[in-house]
Write a protein that binds this ligand. Structure first.
Ligand SMILES: [Zn+2]
Ligand SMILES: [Zn+2]
Length: 386
């Protein structure tokens, strides 16, 4: 039932990518509409065959006896393809969608009852430690699986599908209409068999002829360490079984990251906020910060550290997905001024104030001594930056 893409290009089934490309170029030069307007349909066929065979996923479907352009289709339409452009659904729509009007006349044929299944998508949420270590998560999926009563044939007992009487197996119905422009040929899907070319007179009672039933099952998926929000792990052949028991699509597990109480992740780096008492900021100290994978980063607070300073601790961030090399920990320091002082502390701070004898200073808008140049300078820079 599937179209012969290899035959269209005139290459062997085992042809290399190079051979396929060469065959296509040669044919495209001969058949291009600019050169040879009468061969436009063949040019389209050849181009379609090349598009299929040069795509490893689609070629895999062809080699398995299916037709990737037949599409998942079915009563539910193609809404289930979660991958947008490039998915089977799109291509299916361009060929079978309304309005086309027989552009691919000849060689289209019935789409076949057994078709590849759709991909499925499920989400899984991991906390920061699970992402750092990698995790095995149990997921529950609800997909179409092969009907075990008819093992996908869709027929009851030993009965067989028969050629559709309405379209004589073509899967489509052609009609020639006269209009003032001349004859117009229209092609539409056969309403009896829905383009399949066959009907099942005695369908399986469990799946009603579809060859598949819905089933909920639990799978364990291995999530590698270092994955990022939105990444997808593919489980080959664990998606939806196709109509007529066609090969199952893949299952994609999309990772979400639960927010953490302490750390904010930025790719492989981690950020945290550390409150440092005023005296520690002035005198300097070291702070131990337990991070992921059981490691403890030492945040070195230099004497004279100012509020808002950021201290980088190398190698205490998240492991990189591919290399396992760890990113950095960035400790954002918040200097804490005591809210209440007892009489002894007040006296001590008073002595300190006299000893240091710094003036209170109104920050100049052009001053560089205050680090960032003060509030107005910041504002001005922010506007200038636009
Ligand atoms: Zn069945
Ligand atoms: Zn039919």
């Amino acid at each position: 039932m599937a179209r012969d893409y290899y035959g269209t290009l005139g290459v062997a089934r085992g042809a290399t990518d190079q051979e396929i490309k060469r065959a296509y170029r040669k044919l495209a030069r001969e058949l291009h509409p600019d050169v040879n307007p009468n061969e436009e349909d063949r040019f389209k066929e050849v181009t379609t065959a090349y598009e299929v065979l040069s795509d490893p996923e689609k070629r895999r479907v062809v080699d398995a006896g299916g037709d990737p352009l037949a599409g998942p289709g079915g009563a539910g339409g193609f809404g289930g393809d979660p991958f947008g452009s490039g998915g089977l659904g799109d291509i299916f729509q361009t060929f079978f969608g309304g309005g086309g009007g027989g552009g691919f006349g000849g060689g289209r044929g019935p789409r076949g009852r057994v078709r590849p299944g759709e991909a499925a998508l499920v989400g899984v949420t991991l906390d920061l430690d699970e992402i750092a270590e990698g995790a095995r998560k149990e997921i529950t999926v609800d997909t179409a699986v092969l009907c075990d009563t008819c093992t996908g044939s869709g027929t009851r007992n030993d009965s067989k599908p028969v050629t559709c009487a309405t379209c004589k197996g073509a899967g489509e119905i052609q009609a020639i209409q006269r209009s003032f422009l001349g004859q117009v040929m229209t092609v539409r899907e056969c309403p009896e068999c829905h383009g399949v070319g066959e009907t099942i007179p005695d369908p399986c009672l469990k799946c009603a002829g579809d060859g598949r039933v819905r089933s909920r099952r639990t799978l364990t998926v291995k999530i590698p360490a270092g994955v990022q929000e939105g990444m997808r792990v593919r489980l080959t052949g664990q998606g939806e079984v196709g109509p007529g028991g066609g090969p199952a699509g893949d299952l994609y597990v999309e990772v979400s990251e639960a927010s953490d109480d302490v750390f904010v992740r930025d790719a492989d780096d981690l950020h945290c906020t550390v409150r440092v008492p005023m005296a520690d900021a002035a005198l300097g100290t070291e702070i131990e910060v337990p991070t992921v994978l059981g490691s403890v980063g030492t945040v070195v607070v230099d004497a004279g550290t100012q509020p808002g300073a950021v201290v980088k601790v190398r190698g205490h961030g998240m492991p990189h997905l591919n290399t396992g090399m760890r990113g950095d920990l960035h400790a954002h320091l918040d200097v804490v001024v005591p809210r209440k002082l007892d009489p002894t502390q007040t006296e001590l701070l008073n002595s300190l104030r006299e000893a240091i004898d710094d003036d209170v200073e109104l920050v100049s808008t052009t001053s560089k001594s205050a680090g960032s140049g003060g509030l107005f300078s910041k504002l001005r820079n922010a506007f200038a930056g636009r």
